[in-house]
Design a protein around this ligand. Structure first.
Ligand SMILES: [Zn+2]
Length: 333
């Protein structure tokens, strides 16, 4: 089975041999930038640099999927947020919030922005050059977009003091998520990652249930490709709720025990990720990576990969080991 079909089948819980390997969020590192001759910050908004760096996931790491949207800022920048694009060894960040209240929301025609167009152009080029590899698009959900547009603290205060306004904000910003996602599907993405940082320290399980189950269900319904949800941190208290959204797959961190995640999901959603970034991939040795891969496979994960966007100085040999070990232990043939 070709890598692309394997990933799609695994995400959709259809029959496929062994386990897939990919990172539905960024796998880019400084080492890969040097090898591919494509560096941050240009690789965030220049389609050819983005293409060169993203294809390292296949060429250097031997993953089954390529995901070219390395940063978290594209949609927010296109809509008007000020961005510090950073350097080769730092990620971009938003420097100023744009709005105070729901009534301030003003969404221009962000699809004509150069960084948005770069993502779409890069996806089409990847699709043409790598027809057998899964091309994974990435967008941000309305919870994360609210942090960007309103400020994290300011938005979280609204969830307590003015939940009605938060429902309105999420409903409006969801349109950005769906529009950018479907443009990426039209450009050639086989699968879409929706990253929405409803992390435990910033969003209680009840908040996830009340604010996000309806919005995430609607997003899933409207994106024209299989969808992977990504949330950082310990998400064991909300996997049950995530399973009720209809998302095809959940990309989660090592803070959730792999076997526990499989148990809660109960086959309702496919599971991806789980290999620890900040200690194992960044600082330990390939043999330590192997151990974590083996555990994740034995627990029953569908696709093995780094748990989140990888730290920029992660050694290539550790990232590559995920692929070597996954193919060996899951008997892909
Ligand atoms: Zn994350």
């Amino acid at each position: 089975m070709k890598p692309k079909q394997l990933i799609i089948n695994k995400i959709c819980k259809k029959p496929a041999p062994g386990c897939g390997v990919c990172n539905p969020v960024s796998s880019a590192t400084v080492g890969q930038m040097e090898t591919m001759g494509a560096f941050f910050p240009e690789a965030h908004y220049d389609p050819l640099k983005m293409y060169e760096l993203s294809r390292a996931s296949y060429e250097l790491l031997d993953y089954d999927g390529i995901m070219p949207v390395f940063s978290v800022v594209i949609e927010s920048y296109a809509i008007g947020c000020k961005v510090d694009w950073g350097k080769s060894d730092t990620m971009p960040r938003i420097t100023e919030r744009l709005w105070k209240n729901y009534s301030d929301i003003n969404i221009p025609d962000f699809m004509s922005n150069h960084a948005v167009k770069a993502v779409l152009e890069c996806i089409t080029k990847l699709k043409n050059s790598y027809p057998d590899v899964a091309i994974i698009g990435k967008v941000f959900g309305p919870w994360t977009l609210s942090y960007h547009f309103f400020g994290v603290e300011e938005f979280l205060i609204k969830t307590v003091l003015d939940p009605g306004q938060v429902h309105s904000i999420l409903g409006r910003l969801m349109e950005v998520t769906v529009k950018f996602a479907n443009a990426q599907v039209d450009a050639g993405a086989d699968v879409i990652t929706v990253a929405d940082h409803a992390t435990r320290d910033l969003c209680s399980p009840e908040s996830y249930r009340d604010f996000l189950i309806p919005v995430h269900s609607a997003i899933k319904e409207r994106i024209k490709a299989p969808v992977i949800l990504h949330i950082c941190g310990d998400t064991s208290d909300r996997i049950e709720y995530i399973c009720r959204t209809g998302f095809d797959s959940f990309h989660f961190e090592s803070k959730v025990d792999a076997c526990r995640a499989v148990e809660i999901a109960g086959g309702r959603i496919s599971l991806i990720g789980n290999i620890n970034n900040p200690s194992t991939l960044l600082f330990k040795k390939p043999e330590d990576v192997r151990r974590e891969v083996k555990n994740a496979i034995e627990c029953g994960l569908d696709i093995i990969g780094p748990e989140c966007a990888v730290p920029l100085f992660t050694p290539i040999e550790n990232l590559r080991e995920i692929s070597i070990a996954t193919k060996e232990f899951s008997e892909r043939g």
